[in-house]
Ligand binder design. Structure first.
Ligand SMILES: *Cc1c(COP(=O)(O)O)cnc(C)c1O
Length: 234
């Protein structure tokens, strides 16, 4: 049941890191500038442990319930946990002590819910603004026009620290995704230039298994990879 399938995780990690480094160098960037977040949704805790042991110490989960369920089985392994899926506001209260970053902040109401949940937290919660870069009706995230107002709202919220932007571009084949990443890069530069005073904006989270090399070439500082580390989700 265990063993065989998971024994390849370390090998897969090595391969992904190699491809990340190649993409970085091709773009004239240093490989150390880019953080790999291993996307662990649907994976059993045992597989997540293998991933962390293979050196992927930042993991991403989509759902609060699943994140909380696995955490106790990972507690002895140093790692950071990112919430990368849409946050239902009534779940925010379960997050303190369990997440290091929420990448999917997409409305002022979500900001308020997180601020209330983290009212007594010792350190501010790191957050990214999720941008609906393809302006797709079925996707969460703010439109480009809404980024600045949401960034201002976060800057005025002491419980949160704005760290950057996140996006899931439209599912298009191959090179067609590149312009979306380039657009995200420009939005990232714009928001960095504003020098929000309650945080360091230095994270651009974009790129998944099918397109992280292109994302890195276009300026991603963080990629979120699941399938290529674990194999296809069942
Ligand atoms: C599932 C998921 C990923 C990883 O996707 P893969 O194609 O499996 O690499 C990245 N980001 C988000 C927000 C996801 O939901």
């Amino acid at each position: 049941m265990t063993g065989r399938s998971y024994s390849t995780i370390a090998g897969r990690v090595a391969r992904v890191r190699e491809k990340m480094a190649e993409a970085a160098i091709k773009a004239g960037r240093r490989p150390e500038e880019i953080t790999l977040v291993g996307v662990t949704k649907t994976q059993p805790a045992e597989a997540v442990r293998r991933l962390i042991e293979a050196g992927v110490t930042e993991i991403g989960e989509n759902r609060v319930q699943e994140l909380l369920k696995k955490e106790p089985f990972l507690a002895d392994l140093p790692h950071k946990t990112h919430l990368i899926g849409h946050l239902q506001r009534n779940k925010a209260k379960y997050l303190p002590g369990h997440v290091d970053m929420v990448q999917s902040v997409d409305s002022e109401k979500t900001v308020q819910a997180l601020a209330a949940a983290f009212k007594h937290a010792a350190v501010p919660l790191n957050v990214l603004i999720e941008v609906n870069i393809g302006e797709e009706a079925n996707k969460s995230g703010v439109d480009q026009a809404g980024i600045e107002a949401l960034a201002d709202c976060i800057a005025q919220t002491p419980q949160l620290r704005l760290r950057g932007l996140m996006a899931i571009p439209p599912f298009v084949a191959g090179e067609a995704v590149r312009p979306y990443f380039a657009q995200m890069r420009q939005l990232f530069v714009d928001i960095k230039r504003k020098k929000m005073d309650n945080g360091t904006v230095n994270i651009l989270s974009m790129g998944m298994s099918s397109d992280y090399e292109i994302a890195i070439q276009e300026g991603a500082t963080m990629v979120r990879v699941g399938t290529e580390l674990f194999g296809p989700r069942g």
